[in-house]
Design a protein around this ligand. Sequence first.
Ligand code: BGC
Length: 379
Amino acid sequence: MPKTIVMYCLMRAFTLLGVYVLFGCMGEGAVQADTPVGKANQVSIEHYPVSPIGNAPGASPQTKALALSLGAGINFGNMLDAPSEGAWGLKVEDEFIALVGNKGFSRHVRLPVRWSNHASTDAAAVIDPEFFKRVDSVVDRLLAGGSTVVLNMHHYRQLDGDPLDATDRSVDPSVVRVRFLAMWDQIAQRYAGKDDRLIFELYNEPHGIQESTWNDLLSRAVRVVRKSNPQRALVVGPTLWNSASALEKLVLPPDPNLILTVHHYEPFNFTHQGADWVQPTKPLGVDCCDANQAALMTSLLDTAVKQAARLGYPIFVGEFGAYSLAPEAARIRYLRLMREAMADRGMPWYYWELAAGFGVYDPAKHEFRTNIKQALFQP
Ligand code: BGC
């Protein structure tokens, strides 16, 4: 970078805009140095090139080994994925962190994070430094405890074309996708030096987006991440809320360190009965798991395994679970069936979730819900 530009950037960084402009000076993949504030919306997605064209080579030995080392995991849901931490009644408590890791009930944590609501609304999407520090501290403590951590991006509502939550930051439609890439640029740089047990997952449950658009965004995002993390394991999933049935449309860039993910909430009318975020709300009292339901559950897993083999990458189930309003005994039957079916197919998994409406842990009583914990995590 020419010295004059460096000087210019530094001067502006110190006098006017601090980190905002520094970010703009970081070269390819970042917002251009002279992007004036207010015009940052004009940065095009083309600023973030697609990955090189070529066939995905299949997983490297180290990524296969990492995937094999994953196992029965837990989602730290409804915490950092809420519009702000605590807005959905849960924060990442020390108590929760102490439950996992080498001394805990699970050594595998998926950490959903709503970055978009903690980033500037322009194309640069500068992530709030205080929020970054908060995520750092959670990631560091989970890693220090011995867990593997899948750090994702969750609930960027506008990317999915969904309505915003009440306190979500609204952004101009022209910057929605470029912000996704700008945020990954920052996240990837921030955590580039972390242990290999930190895994990035590009996006939770893409939906409301054409497959071709998602494949394009994925290709650009992989390239952005690879600038700072040439080999870190990177989790990617298909559209339709990460449904196994959409894997056949997923186009992977030629990268050997990818892991695939699917989510599995079928039979949906059973797992989501009474859930108020599903409209119209599903009636209560649905049982599980008769032969048809069981066939639906296992056939989706079979599809996932078959597609992963075709693509040449390992795959895990990043979310499954049944909401607390499902009949108790049926819920346990569902969990046991899923656990067994995933084990039979050699699929690692992450239960949705720790301490909210699906929770394996009761945060008010400070104790596990023994029946769920047994069904999932005990021999
Ligand atoms: C969403 C959660 C939701 C869960 C089950 C997740 O992907 O992020 O908000 O509770 O799915 O529906």
